[in-house]
Design a protein around this ligand. Structure first.
Ligand SMILES: Cc1ncc(COP(=O)(O)O)c(C=O)c1O
Length: 390
């Protein structure tokens, strides 16, 4: 059975061009980028070139790009690298666990965190960030795009608040990269984290933008790699793959791919909403759409257990997610949807559909063919009365 993959926010496959760009660095150009001989220099040149590409992708200087192992490390580095005992940290209750768990850990070292809740539509109100500021606030961290709802946060306004109060500002842009244009100068942030595997690059590699002069302590110490900001032999192959993925992402941000993707997502969403007892989580505020990335929709289904629908769709060859990937398998409902005010039951009855940028009309048609039947079948078995979620 051919599979229809609608879980791009969990991870994406390599594009063939990315694979081809990486291929020589596994065996032929295997050198250590820190070695002075020719093999080392070949690797070094590839890493330098990749750094230039990433600087173009982020609109920063090459010296402000620090390669690392991905989004989790990037997020952790922002928090552990900047915060000291007695500092105050502001973030939101809808961040990825890479931020939330780091905030919990640093509490043990005497850093207090304020978790700002979103509005019911999933947007963070910058006024709430301003209200949370204290004299000792050193860092604010807000994601660019939420992994579960796709809602884009007003990072430029938040950066303005950080600037006015002298706090550092970190953006987790893992789910925004490749979906919206990244521009660290326009965003006004000091730090920004991305991960290759969310944008058709390899897993286990990413990068942090670190604005020049930001007083970061490295998270990982050892050698002098990455200008002493991140020790460890350079993952040349991964770095080359990240840069190729970024280069391709820059093209698809300009060639209409995102408009095509948004129209496919909107068709998918409208088709699913034709099923009675369904609704979108976090897309609308007072009758107006809130900004979202083009590929994501999060939908609740009355009288259903989300996990059961994930499994039913999987059996029909469709991959979707019932919360963030890191939480699937656990029975806890999504902390993001709960923070938006959904009940436990409604959060549990919600599914995320996230399209690859290579998604086709046929993918959407197939999903729209199988979802109504799967929902009807599960509802017939459900002990929950209809209309309980409203
Ligand atoms: C918003 C966000 N931040 C951070 C991460 C972690 O990135 P990585 O998988 O590269 O560690 C993810 C992954 O799901 C994410 O969605």
């Amino acid at each position: 059975m051919p599979r229809t993959y609608m879980d791009a926010n969990a991870t994406t496959p390599l594009l063939p061009e990315v694979m081809e760009a990486m291929r020589p660095y596994w065996m032929e150009h295997f050198g250590n980028a820190s070695s002075i001989h020719l093999d080392g220099q070949q690797a070094r040149t590839a890493v330098d070139r990749a750094r230039e590409t990433m600087a173009g992708f982020l609109n920063c200087h090459a010296a402000e790009v620090v390669f690392n192992s991905g989004g989790t490390e990037g997020d952790n580095t922002a928090i552990f690298g900047l915060l000291r005992p007695g500092d105050h940290f502001i973030t939101t209750s809808i961040e990825h666990s890479a931020i939330l768990q780091a905030a919990n850990r640093i509490a043990q070292r005497g850093v207090e965190t304020t978790f700002v809740a979103p509005q019911p539509c999933g947007l963070i109100d910058p006024a709430e960030i301003r209200r949370a500021i204290r004299p000792e606030t050193r860092l604010i961290s807000v994601m660019l795009a939420n992994n579960e709802t796709g809602v884009l946060q007003p990072v430029e306004e938040i950066a303005e608040i950080a600037r006015a109060t002298g706090a550092f500002f970190h953006i987790d842009a893992v789910q925004g990269a490749g979906k919206v244009k990244l521009d660290v100068r326009r965003f006004g942030c000091h730090l920004l984290s991305i991960s290759a595997h969310k944008m058709h690059g390899p897993k286990g590699v990413g990068a942090n933008f670190v604005r020049r002069g930001t007083p970061m302590e490295p998270l990982i110490v050892g050698g002098t790699h990455e200008r002493r900001q991140r020790a460890g032999t350079s993952n040349t192959t991964g770095i080359v793959g990240l840069a190729k993925a970024a280069e391709l992402a820059m093209h698809s941000l300009e060639d209409g791919t995102m408009l095509r993707l948004a129209s496919l997502r909107d068709r998918l969403e409208a088709g699913i909403l034709a099923v009675p007892g369904t609704g979108v989580n976090g897309a609308w505020e007072g009758g107006r759409p809130v900004p979202r990335v083009a590929n994501t929709t999060n939908i609740w289904f009355d009288q259903l257990e989300g996990e059961a629908l994930v499994i039913a769709l999987d059996l029909k060859g469709v991959s979707v997610s019932g919360g963030s990937a890191c939480h699937s398998g656990a029975t806890e409902p999504s902390h993001v949807l709960m923070a938006m005010g959904l009940s436990k039951t409604k959060a549990r009855a919600s599914l995320r559909f996230s399209l690859l940028k290579t998604a086709t009309q046929a993918d959407v048609d197939y999903v729209l063919k199988v979802v109504p039947a799967a929902v009807e079948h599960l509802r017939a078995l459900s002990p929950v009365a209809a209309g309980t979620l409203g």
